[in-house]
Design a protein around this ligand. Sequence first.
Ligand SMILES: Nc1ncnc2c1ncn2[C@@H]1O[C@H](COP(=O)(O)OP(=O)(O)OP(=O)(O)O)[C@@H](O)[C@H]1O
Length: 289
Amino acid sequence: MLIVFNPAAGARRRRRLLAALDLLRGLGLRPEIAETLRRGHATDLARAAALDGVRTVVAAGGDGTIAEVAAGLAGSDSALGVLPLGTANVLALELGLPRAPDRAAEVLAMGRTALLHPGLARYADGRELLFVQMLGAGFDAAVVHALAPGLKRAIGKGAYVWQTMREMPRYPFAPVAVTLDGREDRAASVIVTKGRLYAGRFLLAPGADPRAEGFHVALFRDAGALAALRYAAALPLGLISHLSSVEIRRAERVRLAGEGVPIQADGDAVGHLPVDIAAAPRAMRIVVP
Ligand SMILES: Nc1ncnc2c1ncn2[C@@H]1O[C@H](COP(=O)(O)OP(=O)(O)OP(=O)(O)O)[C@@H](O)[C@H]1O
């Protein structure tokens, strides 16, 4: 087992990592630790471990770290493990993965796995990006793009609320052209999700499951600061999918295009539209309770 630790995830999570390590050792495991030095490093570390035949590579961080480790393991037989040390930890909440180091260590030691079906986004220049939970284009991505990492470390999820209020009056709401399995549509913002949850425990797409194939696509029809405020208020109340200006569709293939529209994937800023989204060529195994 290799644990890939992102020291920049969450806030001061090294103690939780060390606690989990002690517990894993107590359960008879001898995990190695590799610390990431920069963005994207977790992918290189995971890929090298998979080539070496390491059976389980654990992402110790948040959703961004999980996605990077998953990208490195793609196509291999190594399983993905998770020690949730991030800010939002949406995938961990989605799959019921415990945050407490003792319980997380127990889950990793048991080694029970489920299938995970990541999404793969392809940019116009042919680059590919794997995501495990969701990809957003439009307003939520603008918030992620503008978020200062220091603020996130200092005040955690509150940083998203603060940045959302700042972006509302200034985001230009360029329209997003959406193609769902060949059918054309339009929206002000779009979230292509594998899971039910968004930004923590908030319900976005009832019925979605990262262990199933395909995507749920939330189309936010209304543009403008007031609409963004309405969506932001409905989210913590679990009411997003009930709003008349939000439609949730299922699709296997999604194309998103829009002039200068930012994208976020698994909570990280990852460039701009256009992208073509489909299932990753192979499902992978993830360690679950
Ligand atoms: N050594 C490093 N220094 C700075 N950034 C890093 C380093 N290693 C990884 N990163 C980057 O840190 C970013 C944040 O990581 P991650 O998403 O795991 O944590 P988080 O944002 O706190 O959690 P969540 O996504 O669950 O809210 C990722 O984009 C990752 O590429």
